[in-house]
Design a protein around this ligand. Structure first.
Ligand SMILES: NC(=O)c1ccc[n+]([C@@H]2O[C@H](COP(=O)([O-])OP(=O)(O)OC[C@H]3O[C@@H](n4cnc5c(N)ncnc54)[C@H](OP(=O)(O)O)[C@@H]3O)[C@@H](O)[C@H]2O)c1
Length: 208
C-alpha cells in the first residue's frame, strides 16, 4: 500500500512560497512554523525537491520546545544528483534519483523509474517509500514537487498555512504548472478545518 501523502504549504495570501530570488524565510509566523514541526513529528517521512535544498539548505528535523520526537526519514528528489555533499538534509537521508547512483555523504541514494521529464516518477517514489515501510509522507515543497504529486492525483491531504502578505505574480508559486486544459480535469479538495494561527490562517483539506 502506498504511503498517505500530505502536502504542506506555507504561503502568502496569493499562494506564493518564495520571492523570485528564492528567499522564503519567513513568510509565515512562529505559530505556523511550530505547527509545521508538529506535522513533521506526525509523519514517517518528509520530502522536498532539490531546488528547495539548494535554496534553503533545510535540516528537515523536528524542533518542538520541551518535546522529543524521532526525526522522520528525510527524502530528497534529485534527478541529476545536484544535492551538495554538505547539505544539512543529507544526514541519514534517502535521495531518490533517475541518475546512476553515486555516494552522497551518508545518504542512501536509490534510482527509481523516471517520469516523462526524466525525474523520479511520483508513483515510483511512493513505491520506494512503501518498500521501506513508510506509511505517511509530508511533502514540504517546493512548488514543482508539489505540482508533480498533485498532477498525479497522489495528494491526500493539504495543510495550508497562509500569511497576510502579498508577494505578487513574480513570487514562486506554491504549486507550479499542472498543465490541465479543462476545469473538469483539475483536482478538487474538501475543506476539513480552518483555524487562525497567530496572524496566519491554517486550512486543512482532503481529496474530494
Ligand atoms: N514557503 C515555504 O514553506 C517553502 C517550502 C519549501 C520550499 N520553498 C521555496 O520553494 C523554492 C523551490 O521550489 P521549486 O518549485 O523551485 O523547486 P522544488 O520543487 O523544491 O524542486 C524542484 C526540482 O526537484 C527536482 N525533482 C526531482 N523529481 C521531481 C519530481 N517528480 N517533480 C518535480 N521536481 C522534481 C527537479 O530538479 P532535477 O530535474 O534537477 O531533479 C526540479 O527542478 C525555493 O525558493 C524555496 O525557498 C518554500
Amino acid at each position: 500500500m502506498r504511503p498517505r501523502v500530505t502536502l504542506k504549504l506555507a504561503t502568502s495570501l496569493d499562494g506564493r512560497i518564495a520571492m523570485a530570488s528564492g528567499e522564503s524565510q519567513w513568510i509565515t509566523g512562529a505559530e505556523s512554523r511550530l505547527q509545521g514541526h508538529r506535522l513533521r513529528a506526525a509523519h514517517a517521512a518528509i520530502m522536498v525537491g532539490v531546488e528547495t535544498v539548494l535554496c534553503d539548505n533545510p535540516q528537515l528535523n523536528v524542533r518542538v520546545p520541551d518535546e522529543q520526537h524521532p526525526d522522520p526519514l528525510r527524502v530528497v528528489l534529485d534527478s541529476r544528483l545536484r544535492t551538495p555533499v554538505d547539505a544539512r538534509v543529507l544526514t541519514g537521508a534517502l535521495v531518490l534519483t533517475t541518475a546512476e547512483p553515486l555516494a552522497l555523504g551518508d545518504a542512501e541514494v536509490v534510482r527509481v523509474e523516471a517520469d516523462g521529464q526524466g525525474r523520479p516518477d511520483p508513483a515510483a517514489v511512493l513505491a520506494a517509500l512503501a518498500d521501506r515501510n513508510i506509511t505517511s509522507v509530508l511533502i514540504e515543497g517546493g512548488g514543482r514537487v508539489a505540482a508533480s504529486f498533485v498532477k498525479a492525483g497522489l495528494v491526500d491531504v493539504i495543510e495550508w498555512f497562509r500569511a497576510p502578505v502579498l508577494l505578487g505574480h513574480e513570487g514562486r508559486p506554491a504549486v507550479a504548472d499542472l498543465g490541465f486544459d479543462r476545469l473538469s480535469d483539475t483536482p478538487r479538495f474538501k475543506r476539513l478545518a480552518v483555524s487562525p494561527l497567530g496572524d496566519d490562517l491554517w486550512e486543512r483539506y482532503e481529496k474530494a
